[in-house]
Design a binder for this molecule. Structure first.
Ligand SMILES: [Zn+2]
Length: 256
């Protein structure tokens, strides 16, 4: 299914699901008032339909963040991890907040303070290429604290909605491939980095028009850096608006 179709479908379903929640209590009230068997049967059919809607929503997975705030709390992150895990069925998925407060990840936190970055998605267990630490997957790791930015300046990093959404779209692509192939982890790893990042940037722009241009352009800079390493021409944000994952995969001779 194409990304656009998924979004359109999910929008419709979400609306239906909201309505359904309101309708369910109404149905219960009607059931108590039902005069005959035919009325009860009709109500049962409506309940069955509502359950089908909920099931479809679960199968598609839910990766879009609807929080209004720009910085997410630990509670928001826990809720999002649950949302993604339950809707996508990715076994063992979790979001790990890495900060001074999380003693379990103190070595990763220390490595990050020297190495910088915002967060990453680790599809499977293994050593992280940048921080050189053995980590579990499929999990998103997010950083909060002070680290080193460009020209050795220190920068303060928060759990921003933008970073979390960026990483969750990596997970969405992972879930998409998982639905199509048994060797999804291998396929995911073989897809070139620039396509991973193009997918994320495309989805960011498609699902929310309010991101700051500076954030999108910073991601675009990385996309073009990866492209440049493979001698591919640079692209623009406009180009990514009409980008299609399936076509990109075909271009590089991938079949899933
Ligand atoms: Zn990324």
């Amino acid at each position: 299914m194409s990304g656009e179709l998924t979004v359109a479908l999910k929008k419709g379903i979400r609306k239906k699901a909201k309505k359904a929640l309101r309708e369910k209590s109404a149905i219960e009230r009607l059931r108590k008032k039902a005069k005959n068997g035919e009325e009860v049967k009709q109500l049962d059919e409506v309940v069955e339909h509502l359950e089908e809607v909920a099931e479809l929503e679960r199968k598609l997975g839910s990766f879009v963040i609807f929080n209004k705030a720009d910085v997410l709390t630990l509670e928001d992150i826990t809720k999002l991890a649950k949302q993604v895990k339950e809707s996508s069925g990715i076994h063992n998925f979790d979001i790990i907040p890495v900060s001074r407060d999380n003693r379990e990840y103190v070595s990763l936190f220390n490595a990050w303070q020297k190495g910088g970055g915002y967060g990453f998605f680790k599809p499977r267990r293994g050593a992280h290429s940048r921080y050189k630490i053995e980590l579990d997957g499929p999990k998103v790791y997010l950083f909060k604290g002070t680290t080193i930015g460009n020209y050795n300046t220190s920068i303060k990093v928060e759990f921003t909605k933008y970073t979390v959404q960026h990483e969750l779209f990596h997970v969405e692509m992972f879930a998409y491939i998982k639905n199509k192939s048994k060797i999804h982890k291998e396929i995911f790893n073989k897809i070139p980095t620039y396509i991973h990042e193009e997918y994320v940037l495309h989805r960011l722009m498609k699902t929310n028009k309010n991101w700051k241009k500076i954030d999108l352009e910073s991601d675009l800079k990385f996309v073009n850096k990866w492209r440049n390493e493979l001698s591919l021409a640079p692209i623009s944000l406009k180009y990514l608006k009409n980008w299609k994952f399936e076509e990109k995969l075909k271009e590089i001779g991938f079949k899933i």
